[in-house]
Each structure stands twice: as structure tokens, then as C-alpha cells.
Design a protein around this ligand. Structure first.
Ligand SMILES: [Zn+2]
Ligand SMILES: [Zn+2]
Ligand SMILES: [Zn+2]
Length: 485
């Protein structure tokens, strides 16, 4: 800065500077923030960083350094430090899978889920493509009724009789798909709220019982012992949890029959898709776990609902359930959560917060029930307060057996090289080479964007999504019969 333009030494420059500051102060905050960003000396580098996070809505900022050394000689091979980055910090992805929290990271997670489910269906990513000859089903398991709720389309037929609360358990109307009434109980006082919350909370245990039953029932049908059956076949699954409008969890799952060594080994000839299909029905129907004991509600058993869908996935069956469609269907649900049922996407901290939530009376009653039950010493193991915002369900969104297919970790590693190149920080992460050592120190330096930053990040995320969409359409076109490869 020359003396003539320095506002500290030159009165004219000072006047210009001060009047500019005054003008800036009068701008609305977002415009002021945009001006600030625009004047950032290392704006381009900041844009590169945000681009590398895919336009993450809630990036995590880190400060620190990494040194890669030759393990033998101790010679410094690479050195990276955030000291030269804008603000001395580096942005990394938040990795939140929820679309309501971060559209970009959620999209990336959905993409990973798609590849993870797809490779278990048709091979790839380390899975042999012979898996497509194994018996495979797409199954939907639902919760039972906890009381009648308004249904999409033709609702329950109108009834004369009233319940003890003076309400009819029939509505007689036709609800369009967007009707907010769908999923709301016909009588909230009759509705079994504790039963509903306990079912959601126990859903992972119900699923485990179902999987065990699958082995037992296949053993019984084929006259093989319960221990011996696990040496002959392996049942590989990938399932995703979804919320229905009424707030009950249900599962969509791919179930595959493998030989004893997983995807690389063919199942025995008697282990057919028909056998699996019959067993899925009997195994689900046989699940009945006792409710955790408590004086706060009656006893009873937790079972699956009678509504069970199971479709065999066959090769090239002319437009019915295709492998890609199933993978896409499952992936779609991992970006959603209890929000699809109108619940909230973060933890609840107290009762006052539940009262203030902008949710339907039904969802509020479910959250309040989970909160109330969460106080009981006998239900501590279900951690219902921590999972009240998930309506009691504390399972992962997507779970798979170990050998179903690849993992999120491996998919991320595959992609990391590309991302590092994009970010221009290839040296940041550990070198995979065997003869190097890495010394690093990292510190959390904050999270999130200012208003203007958020606006720019959202634009970047949108651009990337559009580009990906175009690229996918190109691939689909080239993979169509007769298309160019
Ligand atoms: Zn993110
Ligand atoms: Zn209705
Ligand atoms: Zn009633």
C-alpha cells in the first residue's frame, strides 16, 4: 500500500475509506457479507475448497498440518499446512446423510448406497458378478396396526359405532396423496402410543429375530440341523429403514442366498428363490418378541404386520423389478429419515421443546410418549429420550450383513483420491505407501457458513448435481441396447 492510498496516513484516503464503511453499514447484512467475500484476497482458493466439499451446507473447518516422511531416512517427502489457506483453515464435508441438513452430502451418501446395494445384486466393487445367479428377493416388512389411521385413497369405511371417546373409527372419505390427514389416527385416545414407540425401538431386534428365523425355517424345510444349515448357506441382506406417514418404521430389504463362503460361493441347488420366498413369509409371521416389562403399559408381543411384500429378483425379467430400480429405491430412503413422517431431524433436549415443535398432534404425541417412556428405569437400555426425535427407532438407516457387498468406507476411499486432487490437497491425508510415515496435528476450527457463503455453496452444490445428472443420462444412453459405449 502506497502512502497516498493508506487511510491511516492520508486524510483523503481516510475520508474515502470511512464513507465507504458507512455505506457498507447501511447495506443489508447478506449484501455486506457478499461484498466482504468478494474482497477476500484468496477468494479463488476458498471457492476451490467449497467446490471440493461438493458445496457442503455445513462444512467443518480444520486447522493443522501433515508431514509425510520417508520411513527409512526420515526425509520430508511432503508437507501441507492450512497456514496458507484462506483464514488459515480447510473446509471438509459434514457427511450428514439427511437431505434437510445438507443436500450435497446427502446426495453423495445416496450415491454410495446405490453402489453398495447394486454391487450386492449384480456384482462389482469386489463382488463377483455370479451373485446375480443367486436367489435374491426384495422384501418389505411393516409394523402392525396400533390403531386405525387415515389412509391415502379410500380411507376406512364410515361406521355407525363410536369408540368410548365418542369417535368413529371410520372416515368414509377419499384422501388425495398430499392430504396431511393421512397417517393421523381416527382416535388419538384409542391409539396405542406406547406400543408404537416400543415397536420402533425394538425394530432392530425384530429384524434380527426374522433373520434367525430364516435360517431355522430353511433348516426345518430341508431337514438339516440348525447348526448345520449355517455351514451350507449364508443369508446376505441389506436393509433400509423408512418411516410411514403414521410414524412407524418399516424395512425394505434385499435378501440373497449365498453358499457357505458368501457371494463368491454358489448356494446348493436345493436353495432356490421359491424356497426363500416361502421361508420369508413363515419367518416373518413367526416373529413375536415380548414387550420389555413395565407397569407403565400392558404386556403383549411385538410382531410384524401382516402386510408383507416379497418379490424375487430375476435376471432380465422384462421391466419388472430391475436390480438398478431396487438399488435406486433403497438409496432414496437413506437421505430421508423420520422427517418423512413429519418428525424432526435433530435431538430433543426437553419437554418445552416438544411443545414448541411445528409438527402434527400425532407426531407430537409420539415424541412425547418416547420422552415419557424414556424416563422409566426399566427402559433405559432403549435410550428413548436420545431417540425421541426418531420416534424411538435407534437403528442405522442402512444395515447390511458383512458379506453382502462393499462398504461405505471402501467407496469413500475409492473416491478420496479424486476429491483430494480436486481440493488440491493431495498431501493432506496419509500416504498409502508402505514405506512412509505421517505426522499430523489437526484441530477443529469451527463449522458452517455465513449467509453469503451458504448462498454460494448451495449454488456450487446445485451445479454439481446438475452436472452429475447430465453425466448419468449420458451413461444410461450409452448403456441402452444399440447405444454407443
Ligand atoms: Zn455436508
Ligand atoms: Zn380418512
Ligand atoms: Zn377412541
Amino acid at each position: 500500500m502506497t502512502a497516498g492510498t493508506n487511510p491511516y496516513t492520508n486524510p483523503t484516503a481516510r475520508r474515502a475509506y470511512l464513507s465507504r464503511e458507512a455505506r457498507l453499514r447501511q447495506l443489508p447484512s447478506i449484501e455486506r457479507d457478499l461484498v466482504r467475500l468478494g474482497e477476500m484476497p484468496d477468494l479463488n482458493r476458498w471457492l476451490e475448497q467449497i467446490h471440493a466439499t461438493g458445496g457442503c451446507a455445513e462444512p467443518v473447518y480444520l486447522t493443522g498440518h501433515t508431514t509425510t516422511l520417508d520411513a527409512d531416512t526420515g526425509e520430508v517427502l511432503r508437507y501441507y499446512s492450512t497456514a496458507t489457506e484462506p483464514g488459515g483453515r480447510l473446509a471438509v464435508r459434514c457427511r450428514n446423510r439427511r437431505a434437510t441438513r445438507c443436500p450435497s452430502c446427502s446426495r453423495e451418501h445416496s450415491g454410495d448406497t446405490f453402489h453398495l446395494v447394486r454391487s450386492g445384486l449384480i456384482g462389482g466393487k469386489g463382488i463377483p458378478d455370479t451373485v446375480r445367479t443367486h436367489p435374491r428377493l426384495f422384501v418389505t416388512l411393516t409394523a402392525p396396526s396400533f390403531g386405525p389411521v387415515h389412509r391415502a385413497g379410500t380411507c376406512h369405511p364410515a361406521r355407525r359405532r363410536h369408540c368410548e371417546h365418542g369417535r368413529r373409527h371410520g372416515c368414509g372419505r377419499t384422501h388425495p396423496d398430499t392430504d396431511p390427514l393421512i397417517g393421523q389416527p381416527l382416535c388419538a385416545d384409542c391409539y396405542d402410543y406406547p406400543g408404537h414407540i416400543l415397536w420402533n425401538a425394538m425394530a432392530p431386534a425384530l429384524w434380527k429375530a426374522f433373520r434367525d428365523n430364516l435360517y431355522h425355517h430353511i433348516a426345518a424345510r430341508t431337514g438339516v440341523g440348525r447348526t448345520a444349515i449355517r455351514k451350507l448357506i449364508r443369508i446376505s441382506t441389506a436393509k433400509v429403514a423408512e418411516y410411514q406417514k403414521r410414524g412407524a418404521v418399516h424395512f425394505h430389504a434385499v435378501i440373497r442366498l449365498d453358499g457357505p463362503d458368501g457371494p463368491a460361493s454358489p448356494p446348493p441347488p436345493w436353495a432356490t428363490a421359491d424356497l426363500l420366498l416361502e421361508t420369508v413369509h413363515s419367518a416373518a409371521a413367526a416373529v413375536a418378541l415380548p414387550r420389555p416389562e413395565s407397569a407403565a403399559y400392558g404386556d403383549g408381543r411385538l410382531s410384524f404386520g401382516t402386510q408383507l411384500d416379497a418379490h424375487p429378483l430375476t435376471n432380465g425379467d422384462g421391466g419388472r423389478l430391475t436390480d438398478d430400480a431396487v438399488a435406486a429405491y433403497v438409496a432414496k430412503y437413506t437421505s430421508k429419515s423420520a422427517e418423512t413422517a413429519g418428525a424432526v431431524d435433530r435431538r430433543i433436549t426437553d419437554l418445552a421443546e416438544i411443545r414448541a415443535l411445528r409438527v402434527t398432534p400425532h407426531i407430537r404425541a409420539l415424541i412425547a410418549t418416547a420422552w415419557g417412556l424414556g424416563e422409566l428405569p426399566e427402559l433405559q437400555h432403549l435410550r428413548l429420550r436420545a431417540w425421541a426425535h426418531m420416534l424411538g427407532y435407534r437403528g442405522h438407516c442402512l444395515t447390511k450383513t458383512r458379506v453382502y457387498s462393499t462398504t461405505y468406507g471402501r467407496l469413500r476411499t475409492d473416491r478420496a483420491e479424486h476429491a483430494r486432487t480436486l481440493a488440491g490437497v493431495r498431501d493432506l491425508y496419509a500416504d498409502w505407501g508402505a514405506d512412509t510415515t505421517t505426522e499430523s496435528a489437526w484441530r477443529f476450527a469451527g463449522t458452517g457458513h455465513t449467509v453469503a457463503e451458504a448462498l454460494i455453496a448451495a449454488g456450487i452444490a446445485e451445479d454439481l448435481a446438475t452436472n452429475r445428472e447430465i453425466a448419468r443420462e449420458d451413461v444410461e444412453r450409452s448403456e441402452r441396447p444399440g447405444g454407443t459405449r
